[in-house]
Design a protein around this ligand. Structure first.
Ligand code: UT7
Length: 323
């Protein structure tokens, strides 16, 4: 059976770190409120002129280095973002160019905070079909550019960053002991657009727009949607809360992560949390958290990792893999 496995991870954060105290000087908020309600203490913000493709390229270079793979060996790039450099071309093509790759194919996927799970699942399907052999899967965002910095209900929540993985197709035994992606589950439901969206776009307002969110409404749906797709991942593989090694959730809010883990009986020691340092980096949050825990030695080769995300659309999804 053909499977795709992760050979290396990488990530990149812009240099500028913005603390809650700094935001409290700009809008009516406090470090105490932000930490209590979200778990966030700081986030990174891209410099002027620092684009999503630049963050993505740096994360991709680090993932290639960790994987020991040359850029010229990549024949598929899938980049998840809701904050592309331009309306078109796809930001993935700019990363492809920056890495000096002229073969294969590069394209973007738009699933907002679920983007990395959607991109990973899509890459897995390309690689296991036999059409491509080595992929870069990237989540990269500059949400600072679509935030309304006067709106305290949203501007304290998000940050910029990028994360990437290198995936390779290989012939596996076809058991749950295999390395690589063992299952993925994607969902969407467009009825919820107005609960989390950007109020601009080329065919509506001809402007970029700002992020708008009914936070409480999103929160209400999040835990149920997250747990549903995780139950699907457990059912498809036979793994469960006790037999997975790590849970690397989308990092939107510590309370959502804790509630989801509790509902599924996943012990908090297995949960990778980076929301305190990164805020919600949308499509970048899972690969950023994954790379953090791989590089600090927590997540090791051979271990079983569960990822999940939920975001605008709504979109939501899960994947389970052995590193
Ligand atoms: O990644 C995509 C998915 N997105 C998410 O998962 C986000 C989901 N939602 C959330 O994480 C939470 O709903 C928030 C963190 C956005 C808000 O937390 P909450 O516990 O749901 O608070 P709330 O919206 O009910 O607001 C409570 C109070 C309100 O004041 P009143 O009406 O009680 O007087 C808000 O106006 O807190 C006020 N508030 C703030 N106060 C200080 C809202 N934002 C702030 C702020 N600082 N930044």
């Amino acid at each position: 059976m053909r499977r795709s496995r992760i050979l290396g991870t990488g990530s990149y954060l812009p240099a500028r770190r913005v603390t809650n105290a700094e935001l409290a000087a700009r809008v009516d908020t406090s470090d105490e409120w932000i930490v209590q309600r979200t778990g966030i203490s700081a986030r990174h913000v891209a410099a002027e002129g620092e684009t999503t493709s630049m963050l993505a390229t740096k994360a991709a270079e680090r993932a290639l280095e960790a994987a020991g793979v040359k850029a010229s060996d990549i024949d598929l790039i899938i980049l998840a973002t809701a904050t592309p450099d331009y309306t078109f071309p796809a930001t993935a093509t700019q990363v492809q160019h920056a890495l000096g790759i002229t073969k294969g194919v590069a394209f973007d996927v738009a699933a907002v905070c679920s983007g990395f799970v959607f991109a990973l699942s899509t890459a897995d399907k390309f690689l296991t079909s036999g059409s491509h052999s080595r992929a870069l899967v990237i989540g990269a965002e500059t949400f600072s550019r679509i935030l309304d910095w006067e709106d305290r209900t949203t501007c304290v929540l998000f940050g910029d960053g990028a994360g990437a993985v290198v995936l390779e197709a290989y012939d596996a035994a076809g058991t749950r002991e295999d390395q690589g992606i063992l299952t993925s589950h994607l969902r969407s439901d467009g009825r919820h657009r107005e609960k989390l969206f950007v109020d601009g776009g080329p065919s509506t307002t001809m402007t970029v727009g700002h992020l708008r969110m009914e936070g409480k409404e999103v929160f209400k749906h999040a835990v149920g949607m997250i747990t549903d797709v995780i139950v699907d991942a457990f059912a498809a593989t036979g793994y469960d809360a006790n037999t997975i090694d790590w849970f690397v959730p989308h990092q939107a809010n510590r309370r959502i992560i804790t509630a989801s883990a509790d509902k599924l009986n996943i012990p908090q020691e297995k949960v990778v949390l980076t929301v305190q340092d990164h805020g919600n980096t949308s499509a970048a949050s899972i690969p950023l958290a994954l790379d953090t825990a791989v590089r600090d030695g927590r997540i090791r080769k051979g271990q079983v990792v569960l990822i999940e995300a939920m975001g605008g659309g709504f979109t939501w999804g899960s994947a389970l893999f052995r590193l």
